[in-house]
Ligand binder design. Structure first.
Ligand code: ZN
Ligand code: ZN
Ligand code: ZN
Length: 156
């Protein structure tokens, strides 16, 4: 089927589409107990010694092939889906005790043993893998602590 739309400029009177519901739910900010990431963790000894060779962020879950927003085990570099999908990262932790995982959706690092997020920019052992993942995801190194820069626009 080669149904190509003609590229000629026909004066079609396309009615605007209404009814697009753009409700966005934000993870943070709705008073849902946002906690600061921890600046320390006692479980970093299980980190992979080679943080510079990791799968790309689009890697599917190795067990169920879930395509995105997976977690990278920072101990053995297996890519597994989140607790909101099939809980394969959580199962992996329960089976192997690999407690450190990096989210490919927002590059945050979670420690299952601490039951907390870790600050990958403060904890030096996490920094290399965080940077590597950032470069793989965005194609450029992360802006160190420069995220709060806001251009103060002059009001007229
Ligand atoms: Zn999975
Ligand atoms: Zn693992
Ligand atoms: Zn920990």
């Amino acid at each position: 089927m080669a149904g190509r739309a003609p590229a000629s400029s026909s004066s079609s009177s396309a009615a605007p589409e209404f009814g697009i519901e753009g409700e966005e739910e934000f993870l943070y900010g709705a008073g849902s107990g946002w906690v600061e990431p921890r600046a320390s963790c006692d479980h970093l000894a299980s980190l992979s010694p080679d943080p510079l060779h990791i799968p790309i962020p689009d890697t599917p879950c190795s067990r169920c092939d879930h395509p995105d927003e997976n977690w990278l085990c920072l101990c053995c570099k297996e890519v597994l889906c989140s607790r909101f999908v099939n809980k394969h990262m959580l199962h992996h932790y329960q089976q192997t005790n690999h407690c450190l995982a990096l989210s490919f959706s927002d590059l945050s690092v979670w420690c299952f043993a601490c039951d907390a997020y870790l600050d990958a920019e403060v904890i030096s052992q996490l920094r290399p893998v965080h940077e590597t993942a950032y470069i793989l995801k965005f194609g450029e190194p992360p802006p160190f602590r420069a995220m709060e820069m806001r251009s103060t626009e002059e009001s007229p």
